[in-house]
Design a protein around this ligand. Structure first.
Ligand code: MEV
Length: 436
């Protein structure tokens, strides 16, 4: 995405009317009128019917745009699909703080996914393992015959291992593990196809009985690392000095490291941003969630995926997270909104997308911790929360803002109150009509 001298800054974006924001998509982000229209319409029923079985409708979510992201010296506008208020605002706010300190720095490993083949009924596991390893070059070559395009792009089978599981409730078994560089796809289809193709040969080599042949979602070889630094001065507000805010965030970090109940919520704050980009770009967010939580528990104790510490008058955050995402194939290519979201991001590879998602996760983590360590999250949340309560209570969209404002003023944000206010409003409208 080419950007002007403001980079990815869009001062006052949140104050604009919806139509004005849409105009910016055309004027600043270079989307065509049709693409802007498509973002508003989303997936058609006919398209949905081609994606899954038994389609009876289309489920929509809001798509927001978070400006301000400076990642590895490049500017990004980040599309986020999410129903939860405050996440988009939090991401933009944190990205603005971070850009003052030079932006996010990220790095990623090669996009290597793991696949597993379970082999049962082996009387001599050591010998089966030995025979498998003797055939490894042939099996890897066989795996690479299947997806020549991935291989041409520098990916393909990287390694094959065999692990003996000496005992289980059904006795011993052998696990064959394929390490496969999937390049720009998420990789589940590519890996599963290879595993199913290799299974009969592995059966023949080992003399065992093949059971499972499936991708592992613990994508521990496909990692993204993101870092950022925010100066004390950027953190201060009317009530708290920047140093106090930073110290309270580090105290929140300390709790997350000691207590898995807090660590789970800490990680949820990271995944708020990561999942929202995953959804917007048509990626499988369940796979990201499975990978993130399994990775967080890899030491045997569930841990926060990010760390926050103080260094030289700065709050420094870093995140390490598995990132099984793609920019080609599946819904990333088939879903019209996902295609446009990827165009807005302007990323060139799945690895780059993962790096942006890592930065976004660190941003939503920072926004949540900053709010929690100071005024709490409810204050900023209330107006948006009131809107969704009003909408959920059956308020027509044109009246939502008014009913929500009254509930916020009264400090009484409940569906029952929204219904009462709506009744009053309708009554007042009828009376005005009758008087005219
Ligand atoms: C809410 O969606 C996410 C938070 O609970 C994250 C956190 O507590 O760090 C605010």
């Amino acid at each position: 995405m080419s950007v002007d001298e403001n980079g990815s800054r869009l001062p006052g974006f949140f104050r604009l009317m919806l139509e004005e924001r849409q105009r910016i998509l055309e004027e600043k982000l270079g989307l065509s009128r049709e693409e802007v229209q498509r973002l508003a319409e989303g997936l058609s029923l006919e398209e949905a019917d081609l994606l899954i079985e038994n389609v009876v409708g289309v489920f929509s979510l809001p798509l927001g745009l978070a400006p301000n992201f400076l990642i590895d010296g490049q500017e990004f506008f980040v599309p986020l699909a999410i129903e939860e208020p405050s996440v988009v605002a939090g991401a933009s706010h944190a990205a603005k703080l971070v850009r003052e300190g030079g932006g996010f720095q990220t790095e990623a490993t090669s996009p290597v996914m793991l696949g597993q083949i379970q082999v049962l009924g082996l009387p001599d596991l050591e010998q089966a393992k030995f025979r498998l390893m003797a055939n490894k070059p042939r099996l890897l070559a066989e795996a690479n015959r299947l997806h020549p395009t991935i291989v041409t792009r520098g990916g393909g089978a990287v390694d094959l291992e065999a692990k003996i599981i000496p005992s289980s409730q059904i006795g011993p078994m052998l696990l064959v593990i394929l390490h496969y560089d999937v390049r720009d796809s998420m990789g589940a289809n590519a890996v599963n196809t290879v595993l199913e193709h290799l299974a009969p040969q592995i059966e023949e080599i080992t003399g065992g009985e093949i059971n499972l042949r499936i991708l592992s979602n613990l994508a521990e070889e496909r990692l993204v690392r993101a870092k950022c630094s925010v100066s004390f001065s950027a953190l201060e507000n009317r009530e708290w000095s920047g140093e106090e805010v930073a110290r309270r965030i580090v105290a929140a970090q300390a709790l997350a490291e000691e207590d898995p109940y807090r660590a789970a919520t800490h990680n949820k704050g990271i995944l708020n941003g990561v999942d929202a980009v995953a959804l917007a770009t048509g990626n499988d967010w369940r796979s990201i969630e499975a990978a993130a939580h399994a990775y967080a528990a890899r030491s045997g104790r569930y841990q926060p995926l990010s760390t926050w510490e103080i260094s030289d008058q700065n709050l420094v955050g870093s995140l390490e997270i598995p990132m099984p995402v793609g920019t080609v194939g599946g819904a990333t290519s088939a879903h019209p909104t996902a295609r446009i979201a990827l165009k807005i991001l302007g990323v060139n590879s799945s690895t780059e997308l993962g790096q942006v998602m890592g930065a976004v996760g660190l941003a939503t983590n920072l926004a949540a911790l900053k709010a929690l360590a100071t005024e709490g999250i409810q204050k900023g949340h209330m107006r948006l929360h009131a809107r969704s309560v009003a909408l959920g209570a059956g308020t027509p969209p044109k009246l939502v803002e008014e009913i929500a404002s009254r509930m916020v003023l009264e400090g009484n944000i409940r569906p029952s109150r929204a219904k009462e206010l709506l009744k009053e409003q309708k009554f007042a409208e009828r009376r005005t009509k009758n008087n005219n």
